[in-house]
Design a protein around this ligand. Structure first.
Ligand code: HEM
Length: 234
């Protein structure tokens, strides 16, 4: 299976079929000092587009709904991009992609908070009592809230000091909560659209999340089998 992990000689084993010079070029570009600022600017694009749309009155007949939905869509898109980093890195051998993962994860949280703020402001008039009452009343809102709350400790421990403080194993275990967030986010979207019997878009996101999480599961099973196979008999 395509790997991209460290081999027995301590070198990064390239996935079969990849050309070393191409991988090296991609990694060099990703390591360029402009890569992070470029990603940062691009990730602010949807926000800039929405702010412009709001001021230019270009968000359609129901701007409040458009803002809530667009920020929800972008939260889910950034979540998928964040989850895609590891499979893409392993599949292509572009190890340097890993340095962009934290920024993508933080942008997922950022758009999630914006989505919640749009809901709290434009749907609920920033009335805390109404918000608290509405969350358990509508199951899809409850599920969305659980997804956002699960991201809170991940965002709070996304800096290097937190890895040292928690220890790599505990940090990794905590950050596996992102898989749960992804499941809840798709369920939130599904439940919201269930009322309208409109599942086309939800189906696409569900398929993407299934492939991205399924990749990890298959690799883990494969690696487990390899370790068991390599263990000395008796
Ligand atoms: C990880 C967290 C979340 C994700 C990924 C997410 C994602 C989404 C998506 C994809 C949509 C549908 C957009 C569309 O129709 O194109 C949506 C709609 C919506 N979400 Fe979220 N959401 C999250 C958290 C929340 C939270 C915390 C709340 C409120 C407490 C919330 C409230 C809503 C509302 C009110 C709608 C629109 C419903 C409508 O227009 O009928 N979401 N969300």
């Amino acid at each position: 299976m395509s790997d991209g992990s460290v081999n027995a000689l301590g070198r990064v084993a390239l996935p079969p079929g990849t050309r070393p010079w191409r991988v090296a070029t991609a990694n060099r570009l990703l390591m360029h000092r402009a890569a992070k600022p470029l990603l940062f600017t691009a990730a602010l694009g949807p926000l800039a587009w929405l702010v412009w749309g709001a001021f230019a009155d270009a968000l359609g007949a129901n701007p409040a709904e458009a803002l809530i939905r667009a920020t929800g869509d972008w939260t889910l898109r950034f979540l998928c991009l964040t989850l895609a980093i590891t499979p893409l890195r392993q599949w292509t051998g572009w190890q340097a992609l890993a340095r962009l993962r934290r920024m993508l994860g933080l942008f997922t949280f950022f758009y999630g908070v914006l989505h919640f703020l749009c809901f709290a402001w434009l749907d609920m008039g920033l009335n805390l009592q109404d918000i608290v009452r509405d969350i358990p009343k509508r199951p899809f809102i409850l599920v969305g809230t659980a997804a956002l709350l699960l991201m809170l400790p991940l965002a709070a421990t996304s800096f290097n000091g937190a890895i040292r403080w928690l220890g790599a194993k505990r940090w990794q275990a905590l950050h596996r909560a992102v898989y749960m967030t992804a499941g809840l986010a798709v369920l939130h979207f599904f439940w919201m659209r269930a009322g309208k019997n409109d599942f086309a878009e939800v189906g696409i996101y569900a398929a993407i999340v299934t492939v991205l999480l399924g990749w990890r599961l298959v690799r883990r099973l494969h690696r487990g089998r390899e370790v068991r196979g390599a263990a000395p008999a008796g």
